[in-house]
Design a protein around this ligand. Structure first.
Ligand SMILES: *Cc1c(COP(=O)(O)O)cnc(C)c1O
Length: 380
């Protein structure tokens, strides 16, 4: 086959998103305003939650979610060892301690059976990560550990579901990302979801310097010259209305994007099933996968070469791959801070070393998928 260039991910946006930015730009209201509100309402409806609050990205969403759960210095928060670094960083921002938990290699999500032995009197919260778009078993956590606050890291999980219930409403607060590598994007962006009125109110203030009312309410209210009251130390984590306008258009396409990816995930599974050293992702019964990425695993005990050599061959053929994500406990900063060894979390270590994400996005054609399958079949 002729050489192709297939990026690992690519946002699907075009003229509609571009057109949508016209209104906020021409109106002059470009920070958090009516477009963000519309995006939030759509997001809340789609994820069946009472409140959705937009922020600058998922990392800031996680930070505010933990603050809204009352996490602070002296507290411990359980977090998977295999996730994007910012899940753990958000705990550090609060002055709390991340307590790592190993993952299940079949799902890449936290192994819920290890929670019990990690709990101490200081454990305040847990962050189940819905990695790559597959929900963690939040139902198990809620049922067995009702004393823990649950913050879902749903950065990859817009539109995913567990037993028919969308991500974002499974725990106390859900956090989402609209980075270009996620299923729908606003360039950068994040969302916090909750059914809890008090938590929503707190996060609403925290994202806007701790102000009692939003900029928009103040400017369009009866006495715009009176500044808001400030009762807490807040942050500026707002989303702009330009991003909100893009989010409205993108979100309307979310289900179509997921359906398409689901079809291609099955196509990959079928096309790759006879490669004995390549494990393709499984979707457990009752889960709706959002397919933010398609992550395989190399069994190096039987593969013709090491994972990184396979990635190099694919790279030379124009096929981008990446490790699924990294093991946070192995990153210098965390390994040193908490004196952790790679083998302390053996499955996270394996996922770090042997996982391989292969291209999956909505601008790929059948020929692209066939090209990837053929390249993998050719590795002998
Ligand atoms: C992408 C990602 C984040 C960070 O999202 P940003 O919007 O880039 O801050 C956090 N957690 C997970 C699991 C992610 O994949």
């Amino acid at each position: 086959m002729e050489k192709r260039n297939i990026p690992i991910g690519l946002p699907s946006m075009g003229i509609e998103e571009w057109e949508a930015t016209k209104e906020p730009i021409l109106s002059g209201w470009i920070t958090q305003g009516p477009k963000v509100k519309q995006f939030e309402q759509m997001f809340a409806t789609r994820h069946e939650v009472k409140h959705a609050l937009a922020v600058s990205n998922c990392t800031t969403a996680l930070h505010l979610a933990l603050l809204a759960c009352g996490v602070g210095p002296g507290d411990e928060v359980i977090v998977p060892a295999f996730t994007w670094v910012s899940t753990a960083n958000a705990i550090m921002y609060c002055g709390a301690k991340p307590v790592f938990i190993d993952i299940d290699l079949a799902t890449y999500n936290l192994d819920v059976h290890q929670i019990e032995r990690l709990i101490t009197p200081k454990t305040k919260a847990i962050i189940p990560v819905h990695l790559f778009g597959l929900c963690a078993d939040v139902d198990f956590i809620r049922t067995n550990f009702p004393q823990l606050k649950i913050v879902e890291d749903g950065a990859c999980a817009a539109g995913s579901a567990l037993h028919g219930k969308p991500a974002g409403g499974l725990g106390d607060i859900g956090c989402f990302s609209f980075h270009p590598r996620k299923s729908v994007t606003t360039g950068e962006g994040g969302m916090m979801t909750t059914n809890n009125d008090a938590m929503a109110d707190r996060m609403d203030k925290l994202r806007n310097h701790g102000a009692s009312i939003s900029e928009e309410q103040r400017h369009h209210g009866p006495k715009p010259y009176i500044l808001a009251a400030f009762e807490m130390i807040g942050y500026n984590y707002r989303m702009t209305d330009i991003q909100g306008a893009v989010g409205v258009v993108q979100l309307a396409k979310l289900d179509q994007f997921i359906d398409e990816r689901d079809t291609w995930a099955n196509y990959y599974a079928e096309g790759l099933k006879n490669i004995p050293w390549l494990r393709t992702p499984e979707v457990p019964e009752g889960y709706k996968h959002g397919w933010q990425s398609y992550v395989t695993q190399i069994d190096e005990t039987i593969s013709p070469m090491k994972r990184n050599d396979i990635m190099e061959i694919l790279q030379q053929k124009g096929i981008s791959t990446r490790p699924g994500t990294h093991a946070v406990h192995m990153l210098d900063v965390y390994a040193k801070l908490f004196k952790i060894k790679p083998q302390d979390f053996p499955n996270a270590f394996k996922a770090d070393q042997f996982s391989m994400s292969i291209p999956m996005h909505n601008r790929m054609t059948k020929e692209d998928f066939d090209y990837v399958i053929e390249a993998l079949q050719g590795i002998k």
